[in-house]
Design a protein around this ligand. Structure first.
Ligand SMILES: C[S@@+](CC[C@H](N)C(=O)[O-])C[C@H]1O[C@@H](n2cnc3c(N)ncnc32)[C@H](O)[C@@H]1O
Length: 265
């Protein structure tokens, strides 16, 4: 077990969270376990991905569109907000920009979050972003404490997604909402969605075929539903048709799990 706090600036509603940090030592993934981090230690900077993922990086950013969808669907109460598997705060930062609410990032990758903290500092929002080293499966947070938890592009890398979802349910307060998945967001430009899907389909063949297929399989709505059921979530909604489809107009390309913790849960 290992505990580390990256930074504790911030509003008082966040301080209790960072004060009880107790993240887990990140584990080592088996080769092929994840399409992006295959063979790498969770919590380290990912090695370069397959060609399609490099190509994807030249497309317009997707995070701000995801933030718009998350806010539209969840209408979160102001308060204690978490970006789980936050990386460099790619979602946390536009979320703060869009709402002014402070956000705590949780991720096993301390280096990525340190970068995110610097980006926030440069944007003049150092007082609204904090970072905690930890994993979804053992969040260093009290029960019933979180008003809103968003997580983009991360569940597909968790060692135990069902355990992570159970944890999310535990930390949400009654009325708290979670928006977890991956994708580009419903407002993402059509041409860019088409290019994204074209690149991913291309990657289902050739040298990267196995990784490409696993990438798509992990992002199927049926997979997300199976994780939610295994976690014992009393009620939830799955939106989106996965990594190579944009046929769900609610979220465009991608797959998203949304749930609210009810008072009696
Ligand atoms: C593809 S990145 C997504 C980063 C960011 N959320 C985004 O949308 O760009 C996946 C992130 O999940 C994190 N991660 C991996 N395993 C995790 C776990 N068990 N719990 C929480 N985060 C994890 C990784 O360290 C990485 O920062």
């Amino acid at each position: 077990m290992h505990a580390r706090m990256v930074q504790t600036t911030l509003v008082s509603c966040l301080l209790f969270a960072v004060a009880v940090v107790a993240g887990q030592e990140p584990g080592v993934r088996a080769e092929g376990d994840s399409p992006v981090f295959a063979g790498a230690k969770t919590g380290t900077v990912p090695p370069k991905g397959p060609k399609c993922l490099e190509g994807e990086q030249s497309l317009p950013g997707r995070h701000a569109f995801v933030v718009q969808d998350a806010l539209k669907f969840c209408k979160p109460a102001k308060g204690f907000w978490i970006d789980l598997g936050a990386g460099k705060g790619q979602v946390a930062i536009p979320l703060i920009e869009a709402t002014g609410n402070a956000v705590v990032m949780i991720d096993p990758n301390a280096e990525a979050m340190t970068e995110g903290l610097q980006i926030a500092r440069d944007k003049g929002m150092a007082d609204r972003l904090a970072a905690v080293v930890g994993v979804a499966e053992a969040m260093p947070l009290p029960d019933n404490s979180v008003d809103f938890l968003v997580s983009r592009g991360s569940i597909f890398f968790w060692k135990d997604p069902a355990k992570g979802l159970k944890e999310v349910h535990r930390v949400l307060r009654p009325g708290g909402k979670a928006y977890i998945g991956g994708g580009a967001g419903s407002g993402y430009p059509r041409w860019a969605v088409e290019e994204l899907i074209r690149l991913r389909k291309e990657n289902l063949e050739g040298d990267e075929a196995e990784r490409g297929k696993r990438f798509v399989a992990l992002r199927r709505p049926e997979q997300m539903k199976a994780w939610a059921i295994a976690a014992g979530l009393p009620s939830f909604t799955v939106m989106g048709k996965g990594a190579i489809s944009a046929d769900d107009p609610r979220v465009g390309q991608g797959v998203w799990l949304m749930f609210e913790k009810k008072a009696d849960e």
